[in-house]
Design a protein around this ligand. Structure first.
Ligand code: MN
Length: 229
C-alpha cells in the first residue's frame, strides 16, 4: 500500500540548544485566561472553568517569518501567549503531576480575524474561521523544561513597531499551566507533540501590513514576525 497523494509534512518547531525538532500534533488554545483581557473583551473575569478552541498544526508559522495578511478580514488582531509543549502522553492527569507531561515552552501569537470571530460569537457559530486559518499560529523555538524549568512568573509582552501593546505577567494566569493541563486532559487525551496556547494578557489590537511584531516571555524566548501583503 502507498499513499495516493503526497503525504502532508509533519509540522515541527526548532528546539533551543538542540539539533532535534519538536513535532506538532494538535494545537489547543485556552480562551480568556487573564482577567484584564477577559474584561477588555466584555466578560466577567470570574474563575469560570477554562474553555478551548483549536488551530490546525500546520497553522504554525516559524519565528522570523513574514505572515501574509490573511484573506476575509480587515481586523487582524495579535494575542501574545505562553505556549506549552506536551512531551508525555496522558489523560485524567492530576494537577500535582501535570508538569511531568511538559516538554518545554515557547512564545506564540494567537493571530485572530477578530471580525470573523465577532460574527461567529453573535451568530452562536464556531470560531474556527476566526482563529484557525493559515499561518494563524506563529511560534518561537521550544525551550526545553530541563533547561529553563517551569516558569510561573515573569513578563509576557508584545511590541508592534517598537511600541508596547501588550504587557502582563505569567503570575496573572487565571488557570495555571498545571491546572489547564489537568483540566484539558479530562476532556481529551493529551499526546506528546500537542501544544497549548495558554491565553493572552490585556492589550489585544489590530495590526496592518508592514507591521513588525516582537513578542517576549521572560525565561522562555522571543518571537518576531512581520505582517506581509
Ligand atoms: Mn488567545
Amino acid at each position: 500500500m502507498s499513499y495516493a497523494i503526497t503525504c502532508p509534512p509533519v509540522t515541527t518547531l526548532p528546539i533551543t540548544g538542540s539539533p532535534d525538532v519538536f513535532p506538532v500534533r494538535r494545537i489547543y488554545c485556552v480562551g480568556r485566561n487573564y482577567a484584564a483581557h477577559a474584561r477588555e473583551m466584555g466578560h466577567d473575569p470570574d474563575r469560570e472553568p477554562p474553555f478551548y478552541f483549536m488551530k490546525p498544526a500546520d497553522a504554525i508559522l516559524p519565528g522570523g517569518s513574514v505572515m501574509p495578511y490573511p484573506s476575509a478580514t480587515s481586523n487582524l488582531h495579535h494575542e501574545i501567549e505562553l505556549v506549552v509543549g506536551i512531551g508525555k502522553t496522558g489523560r485524567d492527569i492530576p494537577v500535582a503531576r501535570a508538569l511531568e507531561h511538559v516538554f518545554g515552552y515557547a512564545v506564540g501569537l494567537d493571530m485572530t480575524r477578530r471580525d470573523l470571530q465577532g460574527e461567529a460569537k453573535e451568530a452562536r457559530r464556531p470560531w474556527d474561521m476566526g482563529k484557525g486559518f493559515d499561518c494563524s499560529a506563529p511560534c518561537s523555538a521550544m525551550a526545553p523544561a530541563h533547561d529553563i524549568g517551569h516558569p510561573e512568573e515573569g513578563a509576557i509582552r508584545l511590541k508592534v513597531n517598537g511600541e508596547m501593546r501588550q504587557e502582563g505577567d505569567l503570575d496573572q494566569l487565571i488557570w495555571s499551566v498545571p491546572e489547564m493541563i489537568s483540566h484539558l486532559s479530562h476532556l481529551v487525551e493529551l499526546v506528546a507533540g500537542d501544544l497549548i496556547y495558554s491565553g493572552t494578557p490585556a492589550g489585544v489590537g489590530a495590526v496592518e501590513r508592514g507591521d513588525k511584531l516582537e513578542g517576549h516571555v521572560d525565561g522562555v524566548g522571543d518571537l518576531t514576525i512581520t505582517i506581509g501583503d
